[in-house]
Ligand binder design. Structure first.
Ligand SMILES: NC(=O)c1ccc[n+]([C@@H]2O[C@H](COP(=O)([O-])OP(=O)(O)OC[C@H]3O[C@@H](n4cnc5c(N)ncnc54)[C@H](O)[C@@H]3O)[C@@H](O)[C@H]2O)c1
Ligand SMILES: [Zn+2]
Length: 373
């Protein structure tokens, strides 16, 4: 069993089984100070110091992470309360926030309490939002337990909930005190969830690192080296969000695959035929790569490489025929400006450009390209 620790206010703590990356943000006002503090074997009793720093400690889990993940940290923590909420995107809403705030209130949590969030992206976004607003903000730490949360959702400080069918409509930017990442949590994750998170890993390689792309594309989902890939994605997303915390420019490259992907997600949701986020993003990356090829930003060989790997991993999905409905949905993307459709597109493999204007005709051609595969 590995031990992994972090330093906060010059004190060290450790969690058994947490043996990978610790990302610690000591300053809530900026992301400039985010860094991997250290990992290594620490003495067990140092965990007890956690109690000295906080008046109360709560662990927020959903029913799945309580079953599959809680035992990995339970015995390493000082006395704490377990707060349980229902799992899934359907519960990423105000009702669940009310439940969390109510539990914190019932347990007399004061402003010096700590909330440790043990879960996927839904719980990280919601739990972080609850902590950031409870009594104007208490400290929180995130222990992400899905691949998507480890490589994407838990990095960058975006917190929030869905509201009246609008995704992430209410929220704040706020950094956790620490993010503790252990790929061994992925062992119990359903394969479709793992594959969904893999879409973000592929995206990170395509827009930042051609060598890593060449390494992953020779392997299928089960053969991937998650420790290396999670580390790679965390470092990349951390560096981008540090440079552009509020998505004024550079951070927009992370939207590669997401303009068309989000439109597809909304389309399938309205049809009552929900697909996973990563599945929609994988389709989006195929079509947006075609647009990049059309604009001579990538070569035909590169397009074929990207398409064949994404189809190998995600299989070809049903592409709806309602082009105008999809274009309308694409037009609603938050990143658009001046009535123009703007995308992040690869520029060769390993680089990307953002705010590239895309015409409706190019969109239609990309839909036809996907259908023709
Ligand atoms: N804040 C951001 O920057 C950001 C970025 C990307 C996505 N997100 C958000 O992330 C959310 C999606 O996150 P997700 O894909 O992790 O979904 P999720 O949190 O719903 O987790 C997926 C399912 O897996 C279960 N689960 C979690 N860990 C498990 C484990 N180790 N073993 C077994 N089951 C486990 C959960 O209970 C849930 O049922 C969305 O709401 C999205 O908006 C946020
Ligand atoms: Zn995404």
């Amino acid at each position: 069993m590995g031990f992994f620790g972090y330093k906060y206010k010059n004190q060290s703590f450790s969690f058994p089984q947490i043996n990978f990356v610790l990302l610690c943000f000591l300053d809530n006002s900026t992301m400039d100070h985010g860094s991997i503090i250290f990992s290594g074997i620490l003495k067990n009793q140092e965990i007890l110091s956690l109690k000295d720093n906080y008046s109360q400690i709560g662990v927020l889990a959903d029913s799945n992470t309580k079953t599959h993940c809680y035992s990995a940290i339970k015995n390493a923590l000082p006395i704490h309360h377990l707060l349980e909420v229902p799992p899934g995107e359907d519960h990423k809403n105000l009702d669940t926030c009310k439940l969390v705030w109510q539990l914190l209130t019932d347990m007399n949590f004061d402003r010096h309490a700590l909330l440790i969030i043990l879960g996927g992206g839904v719980l990280g976004d919601l739990g972080g939002f609850c902590a950031a607003t409870y009594k104007r903000g208490i400290d929180f730490m995130i222990v992400p337990t899905t691949l998507l949360a480890q490589v994407d959702a838990s990095i960058g400080g975006k917190l929030g909930i869905d509201f009246q069918h609008y995704k992430n409509q209410i929220g704040v930017f706020c950094q956790p005190k620490a993010t503790i990442i252990d790929p061994s949590f992925l062992n119990t994750l359903p394969e479709r969830e793992l594959r969904s998170g893999f879409a973000e890993v592929i995206k990170h390689c395509l827009i930042s690192d051609s060598a890593q792309w060449q390494a992953i594309r020779t392997k299928n989902l089960k053969e991937q080296d998650w420790t290396t890939l999670v580390h790679h994605s965390v470092e990349f997303k951390k560096s981008v969000t540090e440079k552009d915390p509020h998505e004024k420019g550079l951070r927009k490259i992370l939207n590669f695959g997401h303009t068309i992907g989000h439109a597809l997600e909304s389309y399938f949701l309205a049809e009552g035929n929900r697909i996973f986020h990563g599945e929609a993003i994988a389709m989006g990356m195929v079509m947006e790569s075609f647009i990049a090829f059309h604009k001579e930003m990538i070569t035909e060989t590169e397009l074929n490489e990207i398409t064949s790997y994404l189809i190998q991993i995600f299989e070809k999905q049903e592409m709806p025929w309602g082009d105008s409905a999809l274009i309308q949905l694409t037009r609603q993307d938050k990143k658009n400006r001046d009535n123009k459709i703007l995308m992040a597109l690869p520029e060769g493999i390993g680089k990307a450009q953002w705010d590239v204007t895309v015409s409706e005709e190019e969109l239609e051609k990309s839909f036809d390209y996907y259908r023709s595969i």
